[in-house]
Structures are given as structure tokens and as C-alpha cells.
Write a protein that binds this ligand. Structure first.
Ligand code: HEM
Ligand SMILES: *[C@@H]1O[C@H](CO)[C@@H](O)[C@H](O)[C@H]1NC(C)=O
Ligand SMILES: *[C@@H]1O[C@H](CO)[C@@H](O)[C@H](O)[C@H]1NC(C)=O
Ligand SMILES: *[C@@H]1O[C@H](CO)[C@@H](O)[C@H](O)[C@H]1NC(C)=O
Ligand SMILES: *[C@@H]1O[C@H](CO)[C@@H](O)[C@H](O)[C@H]1NC(C)=O
Ligand SMILES: *[C@@H]1O[C@H](CO)[C@@H](O)[C@H](O)[C@H]1NC(C)=O
Ligand SMILES: *[C@@H]1O[C@H](CO)[C@@H](O)[C@H](O)[C@H]1NC(C)=O
Length: 262
């Protein structure tokens, strides 16, 4: 009597286990950070740790571990992932460091910067924990169910104006701008259409708010490998969309200017 019941229970457990396995990437169940785990200002690095693509404790992000996590989680090619690691390793203040931790990313004005989409400026408080107030400000500019380059650019520019107006320590260099553009296009790279530079808003909000891959919303890792060129092309669309002018026709502007002089 006992044995069949146990067998049934086991079988049911296995079936349920398999069904729920479908809701997250195979072998990478999501779990929130535990006490003592390190997390940082990057919603994606936190997410990769929450799924165990990176060490769940947020430590020991070596070149090898970063390249593997970005490939397995997001299908980034090794060249791209290596470049990202090269840019990130300065986060570890030790000379000649071979790894960084997610906590290293929190150091203000190293890689972490003002006017983030989902984090408060260091001047106002915690610069690395998700902040709903800040994210709600960002989302005001996400005015349709499918985000495009204009909406993403508008939210970025709005956050910059907000910081510039109200944060007396506002800092945002031309180098910050390059990182910022990459961050703003990142949701398109991870979850959207990189050619059209669009992404489903529901997926992006779910990702930011839960630091979780939106597998349960039907997302899966893209089949096409992501290269540096993929990112540069999409970033260019965001950069262009940050312009506050509606007309970039130089000859037209010149004509108007001449007319004004008369
Ligand atoms: C070596 C890999 C990476 C490192 C070291 C890294 C580091 C960072 C850091 C330090 C920030 C904070 C900037 C700020 O102050 O706002 C950030 C922001 C961000 N990162 Fe990453 N990142 C990496 C890869 C990625 C990838 C692969 C994605 C997604 C495809 C991504 C998505 C984002 C987004 C969306 C933000 C903006 C968050 C906000 O503005 O609130 N990151 N990242
Ligand atoms: C850190 O990661 C490397 C692989 O890049 C691994 O060989 C090493 O054992 C890890 N160290 C710790 C302390 O987890
Ligand atoms: C770091 O690397 C440089 C260049 O290889 C070397 O000259 C220097 O001594 C190293 N520093 C430490 C603390 O290991
Ligand atoms: C969230 O950001 C707002 C605006 O910068 C700030 O006033 C608030 O203190 C932040 N909340 C937390 C929990 O840091
Ligand atoms: C994005 O969508 C908005 C609203 O639908 C539209 O006005 C704008 O032209 C679009 N921008 C781009 C770059 O497609
Ligand atoms: C965005 O994704 C959600 C979740 O999968 C889906 O319900 C919704 O229809 C999508 N929106 C559009 C406009 O495709
Ligand atoms: C951005 O603007 C530049 C200069 O006007 C143009 O050459 C480029 O094609 C634009 N990029 C995109 C992706 O629209």
C-alpha cells in the first residue's frame, strides 16, 4: 500500500518539477539573493546571478565566468563578452585584479553613475538597489506597449535633466554617456528586436522589477548570436533619438538662419 503511494507521489513530483522547469531557463532556476550574497547596480548582472549563470553569491566574476554567463544566458559572442569584461575589471580596486564582484560595481563614478533608469543618484540615497520611484519616473516615457528608440532615449534624457536640475553633485561625462547609451539599449539586446530597436514593455518592466529573466512571459534566449556590431548599430538608433531637435537637415537650418539675418 505504502510503496505505490510513494511511487505516485514521486511521479507527480517529477512531473510538476518538469513543468515548472519550463518556466525558467533549463538548469538555471531563479532564486533571490540570500543574506551575504552581493548584488550591484546592473539589473542584468544581478539577474544572471539570480539564475546561477554567474555565481549566486555575486563573487568571483572572472573573465572565464563572465564570458560563459553572457554566452549561456544571453548568447553574447566571446569577443563581445571579453570587451565587456575588459571595461568592467577596473571596478576591482586591487592592482591587476583577475575578477570583480557585484559589490565592486557599486562604487560611485567608477562604472556606476548618476541618472540611472532604475536607481537613485548616490547623492539621494542608495545608488544600486532597485528604486521604484525612480523607475516610475523612467516609465512615464514608455508610452506604448512596444518600446522604441524614442521612448528609451526620452527616459534617459529625462532622468539626466532630473539629476542635473536637483542633484548638486550631478556628474555625467562623455565617457558616462557611452556607457549610458549601452545600458539604455540593453533591454532591446536581451529581450527585443535588435534590427528594429524595439522591445516589449511588459518584459522590460518584469526584468527590472524582479531581476529575473522573463521566461514565464514567453521570452527565450535569442537564437542569433549577439556581437559588438549588433550593439553598436542599435546604440546608434538610441543616440540619434536623444536629440531634442526634430529637424537635422543642415541646409534647411542654414536657410532659416539666413532668413533671420535679413
Ligand atoms: C560585464 C558585464 C556587465 C557589467 C560589468 C555591467 C555593469 C553595469 C553597471 C556598473 C551599471 C550601473 C550604471 C548606472 O549607474 O546606472 C549597469 C547598468 C545597466 N546594465 Fe549592466 N553590466 C554588464 C552587462 C550588462 C548586460 C549584458 C546587460 C543587458 C543586456 C546589462 C544591462 C544593464 C542595464 C539595463 C543597466 C541600466 C540600469 C539603470 O539605468 O537603472 N548590463 N551595468
Ligand atoms: C573562481 O572562478 C574560477 C573560474 O574562472 C574557478 O577556477 C575558481 O575555482 C573560482 N574560485 C572561487 C573561490 O570560487
Ligand atoms: C601589475 O602588472 C604590472 C604589469 O604587468 C606589473 O608591472 C606590476 O608589478 C603588477 N602589480 C602588482 C601589484 O602585481
Ligand atoms: C528612491 O529614490 C528617491 C528619488 O531619488 C529617493 O528620494 C528615495 O529616498 C529613494 N528610495 C530609497 C529606498 O533609496
Ligand atoms: C516610437 O513610437 C512613438 C509613439 O508611437 C512614435 O511617435 C515615434 O515616432 C516612434 N519612434 C521611433 C524611432 O520609431
Ligand atoms: C508583450 O508580452 C506580453 C507577455 O508575454 C504579452 O502578453 C503581450 O501581448 C506582448 N505585447 C505586445 C504588444 O506584443
Ligand atoms: C543616426 O544618425 C546618423 C547621422 O545622421 C546616421 O548616419 C545613422 O544612420 C543614424 N543611425 C540610425 C540607426 O538611425
Amino acid at each position: 500500500m505504502k510503496a505505490p503511494l510513494l511511487a505516485t507521489t514521486l511521479a507527480l513530483g517529477l512531473a510538476l518539477g518538469r513543468a515548472s522547469e519550463l518556466s525558467y531557463p533549463q538548469g538555471h532556476p531563479w532564486a533571490p539573493a540570500r543574506r551575504g550574497d552581493l548584488r550591484g547596480p546592473c539589473p542584468m548582472m544581478n539577474t544572471l546571478a539570480n539564475h546561477g549563470y554567474l555565481q549566486r553569491d555575486g563573487r568571483n566574476i572572472t573573465r572565464e565566468n563572465a564570458v560563459k554567463a553572457l554566452a549561456d544566458g544571453l548568447n553574447f559572442n566571446p569577443t563581445l563578452a571579453n570587451i565587456m569584461f575588459d571595461q568592467a575589471i577596473i571596478a576591482n580596486p586591487e592592482p591587476n585584479a583577475t575578477y570583480f564582484t557585484l559589490d565592486h560595481l557599486n562604487q560611485h563614478n567608477v562604472l556606476e553613475h548618476d541618472a540611472s533608469l532604475s536607481r537613485a543618484d548616490a547623492y539621494f540615497g542608495n545608488n544600486h538597489i532597485f528604486n521604484q520611484t525612480v523607475f516610475d519616473e523612467t516609465r512615464q516615457y514608455w508610452v506604448a506597449p512596444i518600446l522604441n528608440a524614442s521612448m528609451l532615449a526620452n527616459s534617459k534624457v529625462a532622468r539626466m535633466i532630473s539629476s542635473k536640475a536637483f542633484n548638486p553633485t550631478y556628474t555625467f561625462t562623455l565617457i558616462t554617456e557611452e556607457f549610458s547609451l549601452g545600458e539604455v539599449v540593453a533591454p532591446v539586446i536581451a529581450f527585443g528586436d535588435t534590427d528594429a530597436v524595439i522591445v516589449n514593455r511588459t518584459l522590460v518592466e518584469y526584468f527590472f522589477e524582479n531581476e529575473r529573466l522573463p521566461t514565464s512571459l514567453g521570452w527565450k534566449r535569442r537564437d542569433e548570436i549577439v556581437s559588438l556590431n549588433t550593439i553598436l548599430k542599435a546604440t546608434s538608433a538610441i543616440r540619434n533619438a536623444t536629440s531634442l531637435f526634430t529637424d537635422s537637415d543642415a541646409s534647411l537650418s542654414k536657410r532659416k538662419l539666413t532668413a533671420n539675418l535679413h
